[in-house]
Design a protein around this ligand. Structure first.
Ligand code: NZQ
Ligand code: ZN
Length: 386
């Protein structure tokens, strides 16, 4: 096991009715709340009214319309509001996009320049407002981690800002809020959770036994409950298991004692930066293609271990087991109703070379990922997904 620092300061309030705690908990930090939300799903589900009921004694200011793949322009609006109104607390009600925009707003509120500077140079983050979240889609783990992924629509960059000050202070995770999710968001969110686990599981370090077994349990949870959440949207057991899995899948528990850079996420972030596609959909398309591309004598043992421990594949030959595990993974995404080709999303190869070089430039793909990838490799993987 490698040395590892693990500190997750977010207070998680999990389960039915936990939203009531916001009155007391936000009250510890002040009265002026910036309520941040997306395109309006929280109004349709009644959560918006509930928030106003719980926070009836507070001064609430609103920033609505946060886009899936949240944009820098929204962050700028939010930061201005915080400065003008003297906001005490940022409350994100929604999914990863709303939470990520809120995190960036919370630190941009203390910065006088362009908030994009904070993404490019995290040493410029000097302070952040307390961030509270009410999660309505389980996917990104943003409710329990210090990352925020923001799209700069002018430069077509989608990059992460990651800073300890951006851990949410408290996150309400009530699985009943997931009952209204459209099928495609349930499927894409599950694919995102799975990908987060893969990114940490497929690393060369074999000594972190406990971390690998925890990761396998989390993967089994996704493969068991993803289809149930699709066919029975109000199945509490399925939603609650997926919701907790999404939080621990990206709070660094599954990197404990390991290391390395991620592989599929940097490739996907270029897709959603250039084409504004749903993050989890891009991951589901790229993942089996990446797995096949990097399968080799060096990696086959770990892929075979995945197939045997997660899918109970009984084949003795490592290559046969590994290939069966990859096939089953791909079939799972198909069964979840996810598109499995970039051409299904209307994409062609015109931007592949540029996206591939950007993916390598902005990440650890070429230096530290499980199998190091050049821009040429990444372009080949994109092409195999057409
Ligand atoms: O905008 P509204 O109207 O709220 O609708 C949303 C949105 O259209 C809808 N939705 C959410 N909860 C719902 C609901 N509809 C009905 N009922 C509900 N309960 O779902 C759509 C997607 O929401 P979004 O927040 O975009 O989804 P997600 O949580 O998947 O977030 C994706 C973003 O997070 C980034 C992704 O790149 C992408 O930009 N990521 C953030 C990470 C992090 N902070 O750690 C890591 C991830 O790897 C990822 O990169
Ligand atoms: Zn992700």
């Amino acid at each position: 096991m490698n040395n590892y620092n693990f500190c997750v300061p977010t207070d998680i309030r999990f389960g039915k009715g936990q939203v009531e705690c916001l009155k007391t908990e936000i009250g510890k930090y002040g009265r002026k709340v910036l309520l941040v939300y997306g395109g309006g799903s929280i109004k349709k589900t009644g959560l918006y009214d509930k928030i106003y009921e719980v926070l009836k004694d507070f001064d609430i200011f609103e920033l609505s319309g946060i886009e899936p793949n949240p944009r820098l322009s929204s962050v700028k609006k939010g930061a201005e509001l915080c400065k003008e109104r003297g906001i005490d607390v940022v409350l994100a009600v929604g999914g990863g996009s709303t939470i990520d925009a809120s995190k960036h707003i919370a630190c941009a509120a203390f910065y006088d320049g362009d908030p994009w500077d904070l993404v490019l140079d995290r040493s410029k983050v000097t302070n952040a407002l307390p961030i509270f979240t009410v999660l309505t889609i389980c996917a990104t783990g943003s409710e329990m981690n210090p990352g925020a992924v923001i799209s700069n629509e002018e430069t077509k960059e989608k990059l992460e800002i990651n800073h300890p000050m951006l851990y949410p202070t408290l996150s309400v995770c009530d699985p009943t809020y997931l009952f209204t999710l459209p099928k495609m968001q349930t499927a894409a969110g599950t694919a995102d959770i799975i990908s987060h686990i893969f990114e940490q599981y497929f690393q060369p370090n074999d000594g972190a036994f406990i971390t690998d077994r925890l990761s396998e349990a989390a993967l089994k949870t996704c493969f068991k409950y993803g289809p149930i959440a699709l066919s029975e949207p109000d199945n509490y057991e399925a939603r609650s298991n997926l919701m907790w899995t999404s939080s621990i899948a990206l709070n660094h528990l599954f990197t404990f004692g390991k290391g390395g850079a991620w592989s599929v996420h940097p490739m996907e972030h270029e897709l959603s930066a250039f084409y504004d596609i749903t993050h989890g959909v891009g991951l589901a398309i790229l993942t089996p293609a990446w797995m096949r591309y990097v399968l080799s004598d060096v990696t086959v043992k770990r892929f075979a271990m995945y197939a045997r421990n997660v899918w109970d594949v009984a084949k003795e030959d490592d290559y046969e087991a590994a290939e069966e595990g990859i096939r089953l993974t791909e079939q799972f995404f198909v069964d979840m109703g996810l598109p499995m080709k970039l051409s299904d999303l209307g994409l062609d190869d015109s931007q592949f070379a540029l996206m591939a070089s950007e993916a390598v430039r902005t990440s650890g793909l070429a230096a530290r990922s499980y199998v190091k990838l050049t821009a040429e490799d990444v372009e080949k993987i994109y092409r195999s997904c057409l």
